[in-house]
Write a protein that binds this ligand. Structure first.
Ligand SMILES: [Ca+2]
Ligand SMILES: [Ca+2]
Ligand SMILES: [Ca+2]
Length: 305
């Protein structure tokens, strides 16, 4: 069984007994090399500008996520895009391992000479099969059959290692797949932004540094209701870290019913002073209202000083 194995040893010699450790237990992590919980977590079959490999090339990639509580050495594992050839490409001899809850990128670029995580096949943008196979060459650790893909939009598990898949126009190669949620303060942490002119993005909102001016603030939200009754939700911009400083006229309403996914958008010109911040808030704290990273964005752009 994989997991933490505890042990102790007893030695008998000339009528004496020694125990090691003297008290308690030693321990080591036992690794199930033949079917660890590794996942094909996110893929990008058409990478025009999202991320480049060590050679500066925008090649196809996919992400492996380790859901185990122990590191998994990748040497000997296979990766394939052919159901009838499970040993198409093998991780070479190396000390590469994937730590618990870690994500690693595998480049599918037919550039094996470029490093230890470059396969001898690419990913088809029109869809295909992709699998991680155990070192026995037989056991499929995880696989996905994906459909037509779009440039620079990744396809991944909504949550790391989860069963549900989504398209992400904010790909997260090498990092946690992002499902945004409305947190206890009813505001929405955005993972990605397009911003310029001395604006920093915090985890929850965006602060103007030394460039006061008029900014065009625009947002798009893809909202999913995962339970309960239909709900009418107000989204709005507010200055500072509190929802009380509403930017008048920025309100957008979304009526979403259980199981539904809808997209709303809004745009507002906002005067921001130096070191003033702006974020997007909602009037709900319902955990059944979720904002999908895929299809959501927050953009801020200086119009005039
Ligand atoms: Ca491709
Ligand atoms: Ca390459
Ligand atoms: Ca990711």
């Amino acid at each position: 069984m994989p997991g933490l194995v505890e042990w102790y040893a007893i030695a008998f010699s000339n009528g004496e007994t020694d125990r090691y450790p003297v008290s308690g237990f030693g321990s080591y992590a036992a690794v199930n090399m033949f079917n660890p919980s590794l996942f094909v977590n996110e893929i990008m079959a058409i990478n025009d500008s999202t991320i480049s490999d060590e050679s500066g090339e925008f090649d196809d990639w996919f992400e492996i996520y380790n859901a185990e509580e122990y590191p998994v050495p990748l040497e000997g594992f296979y990766v394939t895009d052919k159901k009838d050839n499970l040993t198409k490409w093998q991780f070479p001899a190396s000390d590469i391992e994937i730590l618990p809850s870690e994500h690693i990128i595998v480049w599918c670029d037919e550039d094996e000479e470029q490093g230890i995580a470059h396969t001898n096949f690419k990913l088809s943008g029109s869809g295909e099969f992709l699998a991680i196979v155990a070192p026995d060459g037989v056991t499929i650790v995880d696989s996905i059959s994906f459909q037509q893909q779009q440039p620079d939009i990744s396809y991944g598990r909504t949550a790391d290692g989860g069963e549900e898949w989504n398209f992400f126009d904010s790909p997260t190669p090498g990092a946690t797949n992002q499902l945004l949620s409305i947190d206890q303060y009813n505001y929405i942490p955005f993972g990605t932004t397009d911003f310029q002119h001395g604006i920093t993005a915090g985890s929850n909102n965006f602060q103007i540094q030394n460039q006061p001016g008029i900014y065009r603030v625009s947002f798009k939200l893809t909202i999913q209701k995962t339970g309960g009754n239909s709900q009418n939700i107000k989204f709005f911009l507010a200055k500072g870290y509190s929802s009380t400083n509403l930017v008048a006229g920025s309100e957008v309403y979304a009526n979403v019913s259980n199981g539904e996914i809808i997209t709303i958008s809004g745009e507002k010109l906002v005067q921001l002073n130096a070191y003033e911040s702006i974020g997007i808030f909602s009037d709900t704290s319902s955990s059944s209202v979720q904002v999908l990273a895929s299809g959501s964005s927050f953009n801020i752009e200086m119009i005039s000083q």
